[in-house]
Design a protein around this ligand. Sequence first.
Ligand code: T4K
Length: 372
Amino acid sequence: MEITMEKILVTRSSMPELDEYVDEIKDIFESHWLTNMGVKHNQLEEKLAEYLKVRNILLFSNGHMALELLIQAMGLTGEVITTPFTFASTTHAIVRNGLTPVFCDVNPEDYTIDVTKIEELITDRTSAILPVHVYGHLCDVEAIDSIAKKHNLKVIYDAAHTFGEEYKGRGVATFGNASIFSFHATKVFNTIEGGAVCFNSSENGLREKLYGIKNFGIWDEELIKDVGANAKMNEFQAAMGLCNLRHIDRELAKRKAVVARYNERLSGVDGIRISKEQKDVTSNYAYYPVIFEPEVFGRSRDDIYELLKVNEIYARKYFYPLTNTFDCYKGMFDMGNTPVALDLSKKVLTLPLYADLRLDQVDRICDIILGK
Ligand code: T4K
């Protein structure tokens, strides 16, 4: 008799009960108002601002457009210091604005930008720093803030992975000049596709500018002030967000239990490095990255990836390859400038993590990794 294995993907979207979503979208069917900053959109903005403890929030069709249009709205020029250990979106958003990404290495502790290496990359063309809170690990926001102030640079955080996190009781999106979140189906909180720009600072006219730019630059029927795009969140996306936000605390608690089980099984194993809790940070348990040191552990990241795959477990190599080695950027950047990121990208595997992942499934994954 053939035994069928249970397939486990790297993540699985959180969703409300069908009835709850149907209830939420009834108004949309009654009003025929489907998009362009409708009632659900506005309700979600209000609720998220409160949840995220941030003064300004604008919703977008996805996290990438939030970032791309934020860079445009802030009028950045020349060079932007960022990291290559991230999803394609971060680097593409800089390049698609006609700017030059300057890649800073990451630190080997939490894989965020190495703040000791930022200043040597600043030139008279640098306009901003764009660090990434990768996997939900918070960047050293205090050091970045002081470097930015000293050199009069803007700071935009790619906070795609840090929904709901806090640092010393402050919402994560209150740092820097602005931050973006992703509400993609694979994220801790999703609106199917979706994203947001958030900021606390009283950036001059930023809210109005972003509001216009995500709607073709239209300020009113006869006044088109910016070369905008279309990046509006529609009412069905917002309705999904309203439902998912009601259950976010339960979802986070379930994720926490999954992470605790992984930690229990994988900590203290020679040749395996797991993430440490960050001081003063309230985690959202977004990703579970594991670093495999092949000389010590005996097997490489790629060995484990394949081993899991034959067992129908689909972990992912987030973030390999580094963005500065992408085909589309061939010959443009030197990956030798970011040796720590390069090393990590060859050793990291993000294990399956989602609220409904059962603990016996976590055990099965760990048994396979540990050869039990
Ligand atoms: N900045 C950073 C640092 C980011 O990580 C991202 C996105 C962005 C910016 C841009 O934000 P968005 O524009 O995406 O809002 C996924 C996501 O598509 C992407 O949002 C995310 N980062 C990235 C890290 O992961 P893929 O290509 O790995 O996704 P995919 O389709 O292979 O899905 C992974 C797994 O998720 C599937 O095996 C099953 C599960 N899944 C997927 C979908 C699409 C579901 O359960 N439901 C679904 O609907 O990029």
